[in-house]
Ligand binder design. Structure first.
Ligand SMILES: *[C@@H]1O[C@H](CO)[C@@H](O)[C@H](O)[C@H]1NC(C)=O
Ligand SMILES: *[C@@H]1O[C@H](CO)[C@@H](O)[C@H](O)[C@H]1NC(C)=O
Ligand SMILES: *[C@@H]1O[C@H](CO)[C@@H](O)[C@H](O)[C@H]1NC(C)=O
Ligand SMILES: *[C@@H]1O[C@H](CO)[C@@H](O)[C@H](O)[C@H]1NC(C)=O
Length: 347
């Protein structure tokens, strides 16, 4: 998300910089003057906390920090608005840099995007980060962070997107995160989170965020309060969740991108027979649960279901036909109690 946003601006910035380089040199406006001293000092502290790695050789004293790699400055204010250090290789854990997240990140007062991915960064998120009142994107992904997910992150009131996936976070999901008003996505997948999905998440007062909690150790059932929220994307696969999840299926509401629900690999147990679906449902994965009843006829009414899987449940009865139903082969239905009809053998 931040990558698509920052790369064009970065390109534009470099283009402008090259065009005006001659002017700034002849004017004797030393290039290092672009960089605000507070940002400059903070970045050198950050580099130190990363053990002065090779990859940050451009972060040299007495040079313009706005020209350093992995940094972007706002063109008007010349303040650092983006720090983006990623290997770009999703599963190459750790990469070229190890250390901790320096508390000096909190001194980059104009920061909007902080994106660190696939680096050997250990420890916790420093509380000083709450000073970043302009922060919109916080992605600390595939690092080695640990400890509980800090509740103080909710003080970042402009946050659009929080991504802490692929770390070692423990403890529960902070209920206070329902107080975020602009958050569009909460990505906490592939950690070691325990406890329940907070009841408060049925009461978001502003934007209703996409929830990505895949592959944790969450327990309990989905709070009844979820019936009131129009979540567009729910990814709860690979946890230990139980009980009824039927309140997640809504027929009303509008979504530009449609609805995606992944409840696979849990212990959900509810009657599927009479569920009604939103016509803009994109994907539904209910595989590996204890869901019973039959496959609802209403499923054939969904406009463009891209992915459908109810394998390994306790479903029974005839599979409905018509609409999109002919798109799915037997692998969407295997491992049930007594389903029958195309694409499975006739009843
Ligand atoms: C670090 O440097 C290596 C080798 O020079 C390069 O392949 C890699 O992409 C760099 N990583 C980052 C995070 O810039
Ligand atoms: C990651 O960092 C830790 C501590 O800083 C170090 O002991 C370990 O060797 C590093 N691992 C890799 C793969 O660089
Ligand atoms: C069933 O469909 C899926 C995805 O559409 C495909 O990957 C798979 O190979 C198909 N399996 C069979 C048995 O036809
Ligand atoms: C459905 O899920 C089962 C179990 O994980 C898998 O074996 C099968 O290939 C999946 N089918 C489709 C179409 O996704």
């Amino acid at each position: 998300m931040s990558a698509t946003m920052s790369i064009p601006t970065l390109f534009l910035f470099r283009f402008l910089l090259t065009s005006f380089l001659t002017i700034s040199i002849s004017d004797c406006a030393s290039t290092s003057s672009h960089c605000h001293p507070q940002d400059y000092n903070a970045l050198l502290q950050i580099k130190k906390a990363f053990n002065n790695p090779k990859n940050l050789t451009s972060w040299e004293p007495n040079t313009d920090c706005c020209q350093w790699h992995h940094i972007h400055c706002d063109l008007k204010t010349n303040r650092v608005d983006t720090v983006e250090i990623t290997t770009g290789i999703r599963h190459s854990k750790y990469g070229y840099l190890s250390g901790v997240i320096s508390p000096s990140f909190g001194d980059l007062s104009y920061l909007k995007v902080l994106y660190l991915e696939s680096l050997n960064i250990t420890g916790e998120i420093p509380i000083s980060i709450t000073k970043l009142k302009n922060l919109e994107y916080l992605l600390l992904k595939n690092l080695n962070l640990q400890g509980p997910i800090p509740t103080f992150l909710v003080q970042l009131s402009k946050l659009y997107y929080l991504d802490l996936a692929y770390n070692h976070f423990t403890g529960s999901i902070p209920p206070i995160f329902s107080k975020f008003t602009k958050l569009q996505g909460l990505e906490l997948s592939f950690n070691k989170l325990t406890g329940n999905i907070p009841e408060s998440f049925g009461h978001f007062v502003g934007v209703v965020p996409n929830l990505h909690f895949t592959n944790n150790q969450l327990t309990g059932s989905i709070p009844k309060s979820f019936a009131k929220m129009n979540f567009e994307m729910i990814e709860f696969g690979g946890n230990n969740l139980v009980g009824d999840a039927s309140m997640l299926f809504k027929t009303n509401g509008y979504s530009e991108y449609g609805y995606d629900i992944d409840l696979s690999r849990n212990m959900f147990e509810f009657d599927f027979s009479n569920i009604k679906f939103h016509k803009d449902l994109n994907s539904l994965d209910l595989s590996h649960n204890n869901i019973y009843g039959s496959v609802p006829k209403d499923l054939a009414m969904v406009k463009d279901l891209q992915f459908f899987n109810v394998s390994y449940n306790r479903l029974c009865g005839e599979i409905p036909t018509g609409g999109q139903m002919s798109k799915y082969n037997s692998s969407s239905y295997i491992g049930n109690k007594c389903l029958c009809g195309s694409p499975l053998p006739v009843c």
